[in-house]
Design a binder for this molecule. Sequence first.
Ligand code: PHE
Length: 352
Amino acid sequence: MDATRSIEEALEQFGQDFAARFDAATSEQTLRDEKASVLGKKGKLTEILKLMGKVPAEDRRRIGEQVNALKDAVESRFEARLEALRRQRREAELNAPPFDLSMPPRLLAPRGHRHPLSQTQDDLLAIFRDLGFLSVEGPEVELEENNFTKLAFPPDHPATDMQDTFWVDVQGAPSGARTLLRTHTSAVQVREMSSRPPPMAIVSSGAVYRRDDDITHSPMFHQVEGFLVDRRVTFGHLKAVLDAFATRLYGPGTRTRFRPSYFPFVEPGAEVDVSCVFCGGQGCRVCKQTGWIEILGCGMIHPAVFEQCGLDPEAYSGFAFGLGVDRIAMLRYGINDIRLLYENAPRFLTQF
Ligand code: PHE
């Protein structure tokens, strides 16, 4: 058999083979592999072309044309099969059961929210801001002077006792000064009254510390403190502000009750109750059948405090009040153990 004849036969065979192999490929990858085994360096066609040298010159042109036509055929067959495979896959996707678009996504991290104490604290501050109070912050590590002395606590007052106060050593504190974790936010009064000229209406909030630990007392808890200093401020102003506050916090119809009480830095001093938000004053378990719930301490700023802060008590007067954020949060959310607020257990916190 001459070379021309055998190469023509090989080409014809090749033409049938590659088409069958392309059609048999069921994935894009196997189709590409087949194409490589046909056209590639070690491919079938390359092998056939090695015989070209033996073909007589007059036949080469014709054989060459056949080879080019076959290459074109391979390319177009490949493209057609590729297209068919892609269409098949798309159809299979479309016919498959649909995605459930209503299925909730699995979040990488659950979404958080502010702690119930932070929410309560921010709400309380917002009420006083609306009433015109400027909100400021004070440090949690304080000088004895700001926390006790300038607030007219006598040196041996029981509140200063080791049993009640966390005394701490602070590097760089003024020599001879005693430092502590503030036991109340009233220290902010001293700081502000000592450093800015009246009039002023200020509110401050944050953590305070006492050596106390049971289901209604935590060694760390939170207070909101407000005070106002101007000329001719009266107890009437204090009542008006706290009534407005109680109404904003617990709604219209909320009543307040001022009971005489004692704090060294106010005169007169009072404790304030609001009509029970749960029973409306009828008496229930929360208010221990009294119809009233105690929410804060307040009073007219003592003349001695003005003096300590360098202000003339004859020229100025003012009022101050302090309330426990934890207690308000517990009432608001029906929490009966303060320690839950500090354990940071997700099963508790996610309820708010
Ligand atoms: N500082 C007081 C306390 O912690 C509360 C208070 C503030 C009372 C301002 C009167 C005036 O108990």
